[in-house]
Design a protein around this ligand. Structure first.
Ligand SMILES: [Ca+2]
Length: 419
């Protein structure tokens, strides 16, 4: 392993930290034991990219998601503030959210884990300047709801306007209960798929019946048009809300689309066990059902923390024999799996096509190699600092951008490692 570190200043406010480190190949064992985490293969020497990390922004307030336009403008959300943009010249404008934003959202509320979450740009953003934000609102509804709002940004990236709330009825945990505080498990990642439709991840709100509810939008992955209508081709079971793409989820924190196939893969928090990566199949059940488990003690009827991988599985194939199986799970202990992003491009060398997954409690970025079916065959941990990895987005420059709960956004640049 070789390493060097250099500090410089950019734009007068950002600190550049250069870490030219070989990624450590930590193997599939280590801290994540489990039957689907058993690979130990390692790219050949020189095929693993060296990673250079630059702090692009710092001092942010709980940054939650990142999205880029093709000209290099970087949009980012802060959970209790709203949406901002960093233009290619490094200047930053607060576009939408609390007081001080170009467009104020007086209904924006920030409760526990909830507030402003995902951001996604319209596939035609270059011409229609439209983007989408997932946020908690107290507007006109009781109880409050998570919703997806559509905005139009001006050509200079200085203002936002034309707000339309395209989904208004995503379940929110409005009050605390015996298993946790208000605002828990809101999901909130939003991404356009290669099919041009918007995928929206939601959470179970510590509500025992939400994940398997056919009509309520908690514990789901939704697939909708840019107007929020059910996307054509969704195939949930009869009687389900037509916006539902998959159901039976706990708290989906990441969604990304596999290069080549376009299949969506999710990353999902486990309870005290079993974070999961799952290749999604249209209309199918993720197998999370934290209700009606008489053998367990379930405070406020929520069994989600009561059991173990056998008695309260993240994917209950006994109840749901056709449930989607995870392609990777750290069965031994949940480590707060957060975002997921496929790495794409030859600049990623041996990691091209692999799945990057961030952990919050686990404080690391893991790189999963997948076989043709999507099952993980090896896992290595990137040589990057310990942090709560909240967001991962591949930029138009081919580099990986990371938001951490400590308030930073990093640029991670791959390059050839020394041999
Ligand atoms: Ca599952």
């Amino acid at each position: 392993m070789t390493s060097r570190m250099t500090d410089t200043r950019r734009h007068g406010w950002s600190v550049t930290v250069l870490l030219a480190l070989f990624a450590l190949a930590c193997g599939g064992g280590g801290s994540d034991p489990g039957p689907s985490d058993t690979g130990t293969s390692q790219p050949p020497p020189g095929d693993t990219p060296a990673l250079t990390r630059t702090v692009v922004l710092e001092g942010l307030s709980s940054p939650w998601d990142i999205a880029f336009s093709s000209d290099g403008a970087m949009f980012f959300t802060e959970r209790c503030r709203g949406l901002s943009v960093r233009r290619a010249d490094g200047s930053v404008t607060r576009l939408f959210g609390t007081s001080g934003s170009a467009l104020v959202a007086p209904d924006l509320v920030c409760v526990g884990q909830s507030g402003v979450h995902g951001v996604a740009l319209d596939p035609a953003f270059a011409t229609n300047r439209t983007l989408y934000v997932y946020m908690l609102s107290n507007l006109t509804t009781s109880p409050r709801t998570n919703r997806v709002v559509r905005l139009v940004v001006n050509s200079g990236y200085t203002s936002a306007a034309s707000r339309v709330d395209i989904i208004t009825d995503i379940a929110f945990k409005d009050a605390g209960n015996a298993v946790g505080s208000a605002g828990a498990h809101s999901g909130g990642r939003i991404r356009f798929g290669p099919d041009g439709f918007l995928y929206v991840t939601t959470g179970d709100n510590h509500n025992p019946t939400l994940p398997q509810s056919p009509t309520r939008l908690g514990g789901k992955v939704l697939r909708v048009t840019t107007s929020g209508a059910a996307a054509p081709g969704n195939t949930p079971p009869a009687g389900f809300d037509a916006r539902i793409f998959t159901y039976g989820h706990r708290n989906v924190q990441g969604i990304t689309f596999r290069p080549g196939t376009g299949q969506p893969f999710t990353s999902e928090h486990g309870p005290n066990h079993s974070d999961e990566v799952t290749p999604l199949v249209n209309g199918r059940n993720g197998g999370w059902d934290p209700k009606d488990r008489p053998a367990l003690s379930c405070p406020d009827s929520y069994c989600g923390y009561a059991g173990n991988p056998s008695t309260m599985p993240m994917t209950d194939v006994a109840r749901f024999p056709t449930a989607m199986l995870p392609s990777w799970s750290n069965n031994g202990a949940s480590q707060g799996m957060g975002p997921a992003e496929f790495l794409v491009g030859s600049q990623w060398r041996g990691w091209n096509g692999r799945l990057a997954v961030g952990f919050m409690g686990g404080s690391r970025l893991s790189i999963l190699e997948l076989d043709a079916a999507g099952n993980a065959t090896s896992v290595v941990n990137a040589s990057l600092p310990s942090a709560r990895y909240r967001a991962l987005t591949l930029g138009p420059d081919g580099n990986l951008y990371v938001a951490t709960d400590a308030g930073e956004i990093w640029r991670v640049v791959p390059s050839a490692g020394s041999s």
